[in-house]
Design a protein around this ligand. Sequence first.
Ligand SMILES: Nc1ncnc2c1ncn2[C@@H]1O[C@H](COP(=O)(O)OP(=O)(O)OP(=O)(O)O)[C@@H](O)[C@H]1O
Length: 683
Amino acid sequence: MSPPQPVDVASFARTQLALLEQELQSEVQETSSLISNHSPTALQRAGLAITGLTLSSQRTGLGGKTVLELSPDAATSATGDLPEHGIRTGDIVLVAEQPAGSARKREVQDLERKGARGVVTRVQKTAVGVALDEGTGEDVSFSGRVWIVKLADEVTFKRMKLMMERLEKMDESEYTSFIRVLFGLSSPSPVSTDLKTDPDVAWLDPTLNESQKDAIRFALASREVALIHGPPGTGKTHTLIELILQMVKQGQRILVCGPSNISVDNIVERLSPHKVPILRLGHPARLLPTVLNHSLDVLTQTSDAGVIVKDVRAEMDAKQASIKKTKSGKERKAIYGDLKELRKEFRTRERSCVSNLVSGSKVVLATLHGAGGSQLRNAQFDVVIIDEASQALEAQCWVPLLAAKKVVCAGDHLQLPPTIKSLNSKHNKSKAKVSAQGMTLETTLFDRLLALHGPAIKRMLTTQYRMHERIMRFPSDELYESKLMAADAVKARLLRDLDYDVQDGEDTNEPLIFIDTQGGDFPERAEEDDPENPRKGKSALHGDSKSNEMEAALVRQHVAALTSAGVRAEDIAVVTPYNAQLAVLAPLKERFPGIELGSVDGFQGREKEAVIVSLVRSNPEGEVGFLGEKRRLNVAMTRPKRSLTVIGDSDTVQSPFLKKWMAFLEENADLRYPDVTTLEMGV
Ligand SMILES: Nc1ncnc2c1ncn2[C@@H]1O[C@H](COP(=O)(O)OP(=O)(O)OP(=O)(O)O)[C@@H](O)[C@H]1O
């Protein structure tokens, strides 16, 4: 193999900084234009806001922050439940007085001046909690009706940029051998090729398969870097758990990170039964309940040092409450002064308690972004393990990397990378300049290391525990060098074999069905084509998405066939690449309660017994847009366990990968041609 092309660290960091700035600007511009051009109710419908709220309580949370609890305004809410919305814990939001529906043009800056920024800490059926940012509106009082609206997540960008600035300024003499390898200035230390005979590993999990064992041995033996390539359903997390336990046995100190809270919690839950002392960083409101007893916040309250921290917190709450009873401005000012002092003391005590807990833990777990918090300042680890590394921005991976001497990345670069807004942004004028240097934010650390050092730094997991053999065949042959094998337990599983009563019939005894809409009778529709559509136009909430109503009717027909054969709606998912199609399919949720509808991008990492893929695109020009993306199609086709039904037009197939897939389906699937004259329209 030819030696790696070294990367200049400072210019890498500079390019990343430029790309991150573009991305942040795209996000900021997108949110501002949505907020200025749409009513609060429309933003709520699009999942970006919650309207009609009032302040129900205010208290002191972690880090001495003010936490607001907001509930539906009793005057307008009949049920007391929050309306349907898409706000999640961890979202950065603006809390502000709700503008009248008739008020035109809202500028974000205007709203911000009158409101406060914060992080959503809790979303319940009847209330939402927001921890306010320091210095932005802790003193704002919300007397009337308020709303919250999602903003760009600038905090995440700030942490990534800080790391890139550190890298940029680093002198070459400061580069560790680890950093040198990550940039191709040195090759990774060689690893013995005969690991299979290594007698040193005593396996804790007897069910591990050979490819998993091989990946673990390799990751243990590597000195600087190891990639664990886990195609869909191959037990990536399963493998990482054993790897972490083996590393702990060797006395190593490990930081485990993932791009999302759920990816990290998943590991905490699976490590928990092994009685290894672990510490999970992150706001408790964002953690799974089963993970809480490892949470730093909970431990700071239950440990001895934590009790003192708790006392200060109680004092702060009492002071906060007394503000309401005070009429005099002078007294109020004095209380704010006291609160400021208390907050300072609170932080000092909390910091020392936290640092004791962190230094006493062998395994610390956090999101990539969370690893940049003050709790880990100056902490050092032997290894950083990054799960779902191919879904994280490289700059995000750098947040924990400088705390370690070695990295193990687990992921699948053949599934979707993180979503990048600036790639498609019309605002982005300098895009060409940056991509001319050959780097985009879509290039993940996993991709870059693989390109830099080649497959020698990677081990692939090859037994998959999800899909019927026939569902697996195409992705295995086209993307995974025909190396995937279906585990015995799954390779012949059909819907009719589910452990509840399902009739044996043409829809339940076939793992692969292709409903081919070729012939031009099932045309797609662009959002802009619809004169009635309020979402059309420049800042449309679904962009230039596509939909296909006739195809949606076929989806409904197939779901009805499956459910009448006895398949439970909760075992069925419909996935489609287009948000506009999801909107068309939405009524299915009422008709078949329990069914899941999702975008392909949103369904990555998930699985279902039966999956229906609605491809949508059907036009005489054969245009397929972002459906031509291999990695998106790979995610779509690898979600099901027992049944994959593809609905689409085999004539609209300009992309080579899609063309191959259509040809494969025509050969290998149960092929059906729908009759448009008998199709009952609607969903
Ligand atoms: N060696 C094994 N023997 C039996 N079952 C296994 C083995 N490894 C993994 N599995 C099973 O395979 C399934 C997928 O495993 P896991 O959740 O670890 O996968 P993953 O690779 O992290 O998931 P994804 O494919 O979504 O990335 C689980 O049900 C797990 O129990």
